[in-house]
Design a protein. Structure first.
Length: 57
């Protein structure tokens, strides 16, 4: 996968969000999974920290 847009980046109709490079028979199923992973709305999503918690011994 090549992600062309980051979370919260404004997009317009026709923008390429992801490029899938695959050598498999399941391309349609994988494409649907990727499509379903995106939600495009009017508001930018709430930003969350990349690291949720540090666990130390």
């Amino acid at each position: 996968l090549v992600l062309h847009k980051k979370l919260g980046t404004p997009v317009t109709k026709g923008d390429t969000l992801v490029t899938l490079h695959a050598d498999t028979e399941n391309v349609d199923a994988i494409s649907n999974m990727i499509r379903n992973a995106y939600h495009i709305g009017d508001k930018a999503p709430k930003k969350t920290p990349l690291i949720q918690e540090v666990i130390r011994p």
